[in-house]
Design a protein around this ligand. Structure first.
Ligand code: PEP
Ligand code: CO
Length: 461
């Protein structure tokens, strides 16, 4: 059945909700601002700024997520663990876009499905932390919580929660979004010119010939279709890109929450696709309360401690009318737990008849520390979790409809393994992440090829 043919459920304004109703609940993972007057002033200014996205885009995305729920699209969601203000520059933004475009080309071609591209960028500035403070040599300071709150340097000044950073985060999000939109509208994502997306080191990669062969095949098919049609196929000249981030810092999210003309309800217009992190999904907590009232498509991270009843209750609270496109569940179990922990949840949601999109995040359950003090992830574990997730869905009669990855277009050495066989000793060469380790360009492309194989598609043309 077509998404638009579905019987429309009565969708309505949520009861007893306002953009600030979360403030009556317990809000964990929030910073402490000493200067409340400065906080108020920053939030006041923020709430007057123009939105970063529009309600039309948000509703279009919801329709596309609904298509993915029906198996007619595959979602590729990726970007940094934590964006940093310093990385809001031409090179980093372009390279990240290039790697996401290359991966989506591999997926579209191999899976024969349209890919819905969602960036973890233009707002991914707030991080949950396992402890509120960090101690080094008898000195204890607040933890670094992302550039929207404080700075990573271990000094009292850097770690102070600074309200002015809320405005800087918004400006950096706007700059990122502006440049990304301009690149895409200007033809950077044109399938006629995949060479625009080449990264400097692509030719030296062990995966280069496989990728080149695929790109040549696509160019040939495109020329063939255009010859038949007698004109250039405009629809191949642009792709859509949506933005997402963990909506963790609720004062910031509240200031981005708006009504728009000719629509009922409230939209978060600071991003298209906010998600609730694993640590902030308490049913009676502030984050779930905030998310309940916005009309955006939303996602929840689902970790190995998630209980079936809790998950079903979250779906009741966040999507009482079972609206198509509203709910995405991103599971992140770990390669050693996914085979045990995922099937009961798949079964429970399937039995409830609830409409969800299942996405696998094979990164966050596979973080470990090396003996020389680096936080890393092994490519074999990332790939292993993803493969097992495909198997678990096949066995449960559900569908894995997307992946959620931490990656960068930079040539970093943060994750171990992959085609070039990075080892622990390589990590110090180019370790740049301030929070979690990301897949580099080559590891990302390799994972895209693995997804194609695992989902029954083929790479070669
Ligand atoms: C993240 O996505 O960076 C993150 C902190 O994830 P999770 O909530 O799944 O731990
Ligand atoms: Co992370």
């Amino acid at each position: 059945m077509n998404v638009s043919d579905r019987p429309v459920q009565p969708i309505r304004e949520p009861e007893n909700w306002a953009p600030d109703s979360w403030q009556a609940r317990e809000a964990i993972q929030q910073p402490h601002y000493e200067d409340q007057a400065a906080l108020g002033a920053a939030l006041g200014e923020l709430s007057e700024r123009p939105p970063l996205v529009t309600s039309w885009e948000v509703l279009t995305l919801k329709r596309l997520v609904a298509e993915a729920q029906e198996g007619r699209r595959f979602v590729l969601q990726g970007g940094d663990c934590a964006e940093s203000f310093a990385d809001c520059n031409n090179r980093v933004i372009t390279n990240r876009l290039k790697v996401l475009l290359q991966m989506s080309l591999v997926l579209v071609h191999g899976m024969r499905l349209p890919v819905l591209r969602v960036g973890r960028f233009a707002g991914q500035y707030a991080k949950p932390r396992s402890a509120d403070t960090e101690t080094r040599d008898d000195i204890t300071l607040p933890s670094y919580r992302g550039d929207i709150i404080n700075a990573p340097a271990f000094t009292p000044e850097a770690r102070r929660a600074d309200p002015h950073r809320l405005l800087r985060a918004h400006s950096h999000s706007a700059m990122t979004m502006n440049f990304t939109r301009a690149l895409i509208d200007g033809g950077f994502a044109d399938l006629h010119h995949p060479e625009y997306w080449d990264l400097a080191w692509v030719d030296h990669s062990p995966l280069a010939s496989e990728y080149r062969q695929m790109v040549d095949g696509i160019s040939d098919s495109l020329r063939f279709m255009e010859t038949l049609a007698g004109e250039a196929l405009e629809s191949f000249s642009r792709v859509d890109f949506f933005t997402s981030h963990e909506a963790l810092l609720l004062h910031y999210e509240q200031a981005q929450t708006r009504r728009v003309p000719r629509q009922w309800g409230w939209f978060n217009l600071g991003t298209h696709f906010p998600w609730i992190g694993m640590r902030t999904a308490a049913l009676d907590g502030a984050h779930v309360e905030y998310f309940r009232g916005i009309r955006n498509p939303v996602a929840i991270k689902v970790g190995p401690t998630m209980q079936r009843d809790h998950l079903l209750r979250l779906l009741d609270v966040l999507n009482p009318d079972d609206e198509p496109g509203r709910m995405t569940l991103i599971h992140r179990m770990g390669a050693d737990k996914v085979a045990d922990k995922l099937p009961p949840l798949l079964e429970a949601v399937r039995a409830s008849g609830r409409r969800v999109l299942w996405v696998c995040d094979p990164m966050h359950g596979n973080t470990e520390s090396t003996s020389n003090g680096y936080k890393t992830r092994r490519f074999a574990n990332v790939a292993g979790e993803l493969e097992q997730a495909f198997d678990a869905h096949a066995a449960a009669g559900t569908r894995l409809g997307g992946v959620h990855l931490e990656l960068t277009g930079e040539d970093v050495t943060e994750c171990i393994g992959g085609a070039r066989g990075l080892v622990e000793a390589d990590l110090s060469r180019a370790y740049k992440s301030t929070v979690d380790p990301r897949l580099n360009y080559e590891q990302s492309l390799e994972l895209a090829m693995l997804i194609v194989r695992k989902s029954g598609g083929r790479i070669s043309v």
